[in-house]
Design a protein around this ligand. Structure first.
Ligand SMILES: Nc1ncnc2c1ncn2[C@@H]1O[C@H](COP(=O)(O)OP(=O)(O)OP(=O)(O)O)[C@@H](O)[C@H]1O
Ligand SMILES: [Mg+2]
Length: 237
């Protein structure tokens, strides 16, 4: 679903909203609505089996397209092993979720606001020595309902499921989990193992994101042509 055309800045949905990749993130946003028809799904963790599958990129762009649709969104970097959202949004990471938890600070006051309209970004903050202990704590469990009172969506970035227990701990605390699979790289049995670990942890897996799909250039250009025509039509009428 997510195309890899050799160039994918981390915040493509914000920087290049007319790109095919941004459109794919908007499709993900639409599909979330279908996945959550019966049970509302407003806190969503993004994870994957292994490293570098595209969790943080997916979480950031999903948060951006939800905010672009007018929802109040907070993106929380809960990858306390290898946080990257401060780099994606090019902001400082002196303070973040770890400060909120350890020093009882207000997450909204600590987060970066106004980078994208309607979006707050809560970076990791200083990396603690015991991420799993912190993420499994009562304070973190209490954080999600508190954030859902102030935001329409809470998007949670996380470490890989099979590497550490953090993602499994968080999975049980959110309404739903998106599992990112890297096309042509994630082995089926590894993806299945990740899914089983999440299920065992009590997660509700709401969908799978197939990331970094190689797309023939011809389709890519056709897509652009199609979009251009569509936009011309909009201008005409
Ligand atoms: N759809 C995509 N097309 C092209 N490049 C992508 C895509 N998604 C992610 N990438 C690139 O792949 C690399 C890994 O992405 P990302 O940091 O999002 O993965 P991750 O799963 O969060 O990694 P980690 O396990 O280290 O946290 C980055 O360089 C990112 O820019
Ligand atoms: Mg990451």
């Amino acid at each position: 679903m997510f195309k890899n055309n050799g160039y994918a800045p981390p915040l493509i949905a914000s920087k290049h909203p007319k790109s095919a990749a941004a459109e794919a993130y908007r499709t993900l946003r639409t599909n979330l609505g279908f996945a959550a028809l019966d049970q509302p799904c407003r806190s969503i963790m993004v994870t994957s089996a292994g490293p570098e599958d595209g969790k943080s990129t997916t979480a950031a762009n999903l948060a951006v397209v939800l905010a672009q649709a007018g929802h109040r969104v907070i993106l929380v970097d809960c990858d306390l092993r290898k946080p990257t959202q401060h780099r994606n949004f090019q902001v400082e990471n002196h303070r973040g979720i770890t400060n909120c938890l350890l020093q009882d600070l207000d997450p909204v006051a600590v987060s970066h606001n106004g980078l994208v309209d309607n979006l707050s970004v809560l970076t990791s903050g200083p990396i603690p020595p015991n991420p799993a202990e912190l993420l499994g704590s009562e304070k973190v469990r209490a954080l999600w309902p508190a954030l859902l009172e102030r935001f329409d969506y809470v998007i949670v970035d996380s470490p890989p499921v099979l590497a550490v227990t953090d993602a499994a701990l968080l999975a049980a605390q959110v309404n739903g989990v998106l599992l990112v699979i890297r096309a042509a790289a994630t082995r089926v049995e590894i993806a299945r193992e990740a899914k089983e670990q999440l299920a065992k942890a009590g997660a509700r897996i709401i969908g799978v994101v197939l990331n970094q799909v190689k797309m023939p250039a011809r389709d890519y250009h056709y897509y652009y042509y199609y979009r251009r025509k569509e936009e011309e039509e909009k201008v005409k009428f």
